[in-house]
Ligand binder design. Structure first.
Ligand code: BGC
Length: 509
């Protein structure tokens, strides 16, 4: 997964005090957690390679190696009792979000009041903006859960992510024009469009919503606080395109809806990719903050914006490494949960640990590695490869470290340590992600059975992620975990936006 290169911003000094306090509070919590739950350690992962009893690599005594690992295990392990406590806290924060505005988990009503029946038909455009790729799709709904899609992907450059909003939206309009040209769709054709915009938005109609804040490395100016549908519509006008944006959709909502088109047991959509978030179907009576018209179905899809969980700084067992990643990110003290579970950050947490262990001489004989100095230079995809490396000498891990990062003469002991670090970060992420799913499924009262549609590169490609999530769900839900199907969804968010545009077109929303 290509990750952006950022330079740390210059706000760091302002937060030194807050973060130092944060470290102390976090350390206290961790101590409490670990001492309360020593009896309750999760079993080591199936893919865990035990460490050899004798010295490996020969650079330092075994005891150093063991104690480094033990320290990291203590910091990064989420045991069963922590899982249970975190589910309680998560559920409480979900309920707060449904009651009032400005809660940590925002719980945003999406204005989508029904799931599709599977019989919807028609042709709609869909746009999907939410990460390094941007997609334009023409979606033809054929009924009976059948869809035909023609689409084109474009790369959103770093310059566009961090430039002005107008440049970003003009680029989107250019891509749409190019796509229509390639499909021989005349410029004057009147088309309806669903817009998947995968950032936190204060939605105030099906096709209106102001951006709360950018996430995932976007910082384009002039967009926060503004209606993003209006910005898109203005860019279309500048190009004389006759497109009517009729639905603004989060990718999680799109994933839920598109999966429900083929599997009507789907009540939740989750993204575990560059960023992370979830949407689910809630009963209107459980949304006291809703001031809009009554829903005809008595239900509403909620865009949770769960990535923000923990940003109040007291719940999640963050480590000093997490705080370092947070401090240097473009959105410090925001999206704490997302920064512990999503693909944009897992490699960066690992990089921070590696830099620390180099500085103390615990790996690479303390030799400095310039390729690791650049922020976000250690890709999450490499962690997954390292975890999959089961060779005796960890040869693929060596290729990554020596050939791709230019680290000379790594020892087997270095490589084992790094593999264990990847396992710890990857396992923590998967177990934390399960907390959100277990809480939602329980809150929906669907422990007897439902499908959770999950999309995103981490879920799809990161080694053992799914298995680790299922293990954690079993620890949390017992036998009921067997009733929850985690279904792989792929690229559903664009289709979902088209489906929602179709529902709106047929007067069903
Ligand atoms: C955004 C969400 C989005 C998620 C997954 C997060 O950073 O805040 O709106 O659903 O990423 O793309």
């Amino acid at each position: 997964m290509p990750l952006p290169l950022w330079t740390p911003d210059n706000r760091v000094p302002l937060f030194v005090f807050g973060l130092t306090t944060g470290v102390a509070v976090t350390a206290a919590f961790q101590y409490l957690y670990s001492s309360l739950s020593k009896r309750n350690q999760p079993p080591p992962p199936a893919d865990y390679d035990p460490l050899p009893g004798n010295a490996v690599g020969g650079l330092r005594p075994d005891t150093q190696f063991e104690s480094t690992i033990q320290r990291l295990e203590r910091e990064f392990t989420i045991n069963t009792s922590m899982l249970h406590n975190l589910v309680k806290a998560f559920t409480r924060d979900m309920e707060r979000g449904l009651k009032r505005e400005n809660s940590v988990i925002k719980m945003i009503p999406s204005y989508v009041e029904r799931r599709p029946s599977g019989d919807e038909t028609g042709t709609y455009l869909a746009l999907d903006l939410g990460g390094s790729n941007f997609r334009v799709c023409e979606v033809t709904l054929l009924g009976k859960g059948q869809v035909r899609t023609r689409q084109k992907k474009f790369v959103v450059s770093e310059a566009l992510k961090t430039g002005t909003g107008e440049q970003l939206f003009d680029f989107i309009a250019d891509c749409v024009e190019q796509f229509m040209g390639e499909l021989n769709i005349g410029k004057d054709t009147k088309l309806k469009m669903g817009f998947t915009f995968s950032f936190p938005v204060d939605q105030h109609a099906l096709n209106k919503g102001n951006l709360f804040l950018w996430t995932k490395g976007f910082t384009a100016s002039g967009v926060v606080g503004t209606d993003v549908v209006q910005l898109l519509q203005d860019a279309f006008h500048r190009k004389d395109l006759k497109i009517d944006v009729t639905a603004l959709v989060n990718d999680t909502v799109g994933t839920l809806i598109s999966h429900a088109y083929v599997d009507n047991a789907t009540y939740m959509g989750v993204i575990l990719g560059t960023g992370s978030n979830a949407a689910y179907v809630e009963k209107m009576e459980n949304i006291p903050k809703w001031k809009g018209p009554p829903s005809s179905t008595g239900e509403m899809v909620i865009n949770m914006e769960w990535g923000a969980w923990g940003q109040d700084g007291i719940i999640l067992p963050t480590t000093a490494y997490d705080l370092k990643v947070d401090r240097a990110s473009p959105n410090p003290r925001k999206q704490t949960y997302e920064k512990m579970i999503s693909g944009m950050y897992l490699g960066e947490i690992t990089r921070q640990i590696l830099l620390d262990l180099i500085s103390t001489g615990e790996i690479f004989g303390g030799r400095h590695c310039s390729a690791l100095e650049a922020p976000y230079s250690f890709e999450t995809a490499y962690m997954s490869r390292i975890e999959r490396d089961h060779s005796m000498e960890l040869t693929d891990t060596r290729t990554i470290l020596e050939d791709l990062y230019g680290i000379k003469k790594t020892t087997l002991s270095d490589r084992r340590l790094i593999k264990r670090i990847c396992q710890l970060i990857g396992t923590r992420a998967a177990r934390l992600a399960s907390i959100g799913i277990a809480s939602v499924v329980t809150k929906m009262n669907r422990l007897h059975g439902c499908t959770v549609a999950v999309d995103g590169s981490v879920y799809e490609h990161y080694s053992y992620f799914r298995t680790r999530m299922i293990d954690a769900l079993k620890e949390l839900l017992g036998v009921n975990a067997d009733n929850i199907t985690l279904a792989q969804a792929r690229d559903g968010s664009g289709q979902g936006a088209a489906l929602i545009a179709a529902l709106a077109d047929h007067g069903e929303l």
